[in-house]
Design a protein around this ligand. Structure first.
Ligand code: NDP
Ligand code: MG
Length: 415
């Protein structure tokens, strides 16, 4: 770390699964990390408690209706106690604005869905490190985010903020698979990498047939075998859409063509991903299934700090199993890969349709198999010319328009 100053971090989505675990990492390393901004959607009570515990005065809530609620006054008092530096905003723009918190070094984007895209762009445009859990940002806007991150990498090198060897660290993946690949690639030549192996747990329905999946309930889909996560990603994990999003995420992060990114089911989730090299060697990253490890690495890079988790005990793993994913039954993986390969506005459309279909399923308004059907129907409509047909990605506004169109199409499909 440059000097001995604490790294100042903004946590967007601080009340969620990744957000709370990020604050847990800060609790373990108060001499290395300082929280300077917190944002959530509507859980004002927890946001206030976090602000009080970590002495944070720059706050935002996406839910505008809370501005006039009693808890709004408590949040205002917390912001004011920070003097001139304090701020409190309501609405999506206020959440994005927090990515520009003065003095912040790192923005942890732990928002859910395409709503996180602007925050990712804003963080990098402000020259800050983006610690990214919000994979949807890269799925939707990877073509815009990666050039920005290369610009920040360059600025970090010029300013002497980058490590002497290895990546400059402007965009640090929090997703465990990508954190694993990031570490396996350090010290390696990009041209000597032949394949990325993204591991998947297979989800709670591994081995089931389409017929068996036809009457799956939200409660069943929310019971993930190895990871405890927010509801949207838990459903995505069960449909394998999460793995599809991760293939696109890996394509952007590591500039790897799709035909050299493979998915393998590894039910114990002990291997977090692997990199294969031209000489046939394979490097794997293993560890305890605890998101605080990849979160902490994204914040400590290029250093490693003590982890607040039990290390992996190999004598207790017993065995490591591997299998090919069943993409006939779990079609979302194939659909996402197809969207990624086509590129342009199609991944944004695919992602938005999935968000709508997952929300409908969670609300009891759609079926489990209906998620893939909806995604495919909306992708087909876009490929056939809907919303002007698939265009190269050019701007956040264009991608948001494609996203909005896809949401309307998806809602129509579900009704
Ligand atoms: P959660 O649902 O647990 O938390 C989401 C957080 O974002 C909450 O703080 C929520 O606020 C806030 N939020 C949601 N939507 C908005 C919005 N539109 N504007 C402002 N704030 C919003 O999700 P997770 O923590 O599980 O996931 C976060 C991201 O990380 C996702 O992209 C997911 O795919 C990714 N990820 C998660 C992993 C995990 O283990 N959980 C692993 C790898 C990646 P509120 O509480 O007020 O609703
Ligand atoms: Mg993951």
């Amino acid at each position: 770390m440059a000097g001995n100053a604490r790294r100042k971090i903004v946590v967007l989505g601080s009340t969620g699964s990744i957000g709370r675990q990020t604050l847990d990492v800060v609790r373990q390393h108060p001499e290395k990390l300082q929280v300077v901004g917190l944002a959530a959607h509507s859980n004002a009570k927890l946001l206030l408690a976090q602000a009080a515990e970590f002495d944070v005065h720059c706050l935002a809530l996406a839910d505008e209706s809370l501005a006039s609620a009693p808890v709004g006054d408590l949040l205002r008092a917390q912001a004011r106690s920070g003097g001139e530096d304090g701020s409190l905003g309501f609405g999506p723009a206020a959440v994005v604005g927090l990515a520009q918190t003065p003095g912040a070094d790192v923005v942890v984007n732990a928002l859910v869905g395409a709503a996180g895209l602007r925050a990712s762009v804003e963080a990098l445009e402000g020259g800050r490190v983006l610690a990214l859990a919000n994979k949807e940002s890269l799925v939707v806007g990877g073509d815009l985010i990666m050039p920005l991150s290369r610009r920040v990498d360059e600025a970090r090198r010029v300013a002497g903020k980058a490590p002497k060897a290895g990546p400059a660290g402007a965009l640090m993946p929090i997703d465990s698979e990508h954190g694993a690949i990031y570490q396996c690639l350090i010290g390696e030549e990009a041209r000597e990498v032949s394949r990325l192996w993204v591991t998947a747990s297979g989800g709670p329905f591994r081995g089931r047939s389409r017929e068996q999946l036809s009457c799956v309930t939200a409660a069943e889909a929310l019971a993930h075998p190895t990871w405890s996560m927010g509801p949207k990603i838990t459903i995505d994990s069960s449909t394998l859409m999460n793995k599809g999003l991760e293939v696109i995420e890996a394509h952007h992060l590591f500039a790897m063509p799709y035909d050299r990114i493979s998915v393998v089911v590894q039910p114990q989730s002990a291997i977090h991903s692997m990199v294969e090299f031209v000489d046939g060697s394979v490097k794997a990253h293993l560890g305890t299934t605890d998101m605080r490890i990849p979160i902490q690495y994204a914040l400590s890079y290029p250093e490693r700090w003590d982890a607040p988790v039990e290390p992996l005990d190999f004598t207790k793993i017993g065995s490591l199993d591997f299998a090919a994913p069943d993409t006939d039954t779990f079609r979302c993986l194939a659909l996402a890969r197809c969207a990624g390969e086509t590129g342009g506005t199609l991944p944004a459309v695919m992602n938005a349709a999935n968000e709508v279909a997952v929300a409908a399923f969670l609300a009891g308004e759609g079926t489990y198999l209906g998620i893939a059907e909806c995604v495919e129907a909306v992708m087909d409509a876009h490929a056939a010319g809907g919303a002007g047909g698939v265009q190269p990605a050019e701007s956040v506004e264009q991608l948001e328009a494609a996203d909005a169109w896809a949401r309307e199409e998806a809602a129509r499909h579900i009704r």
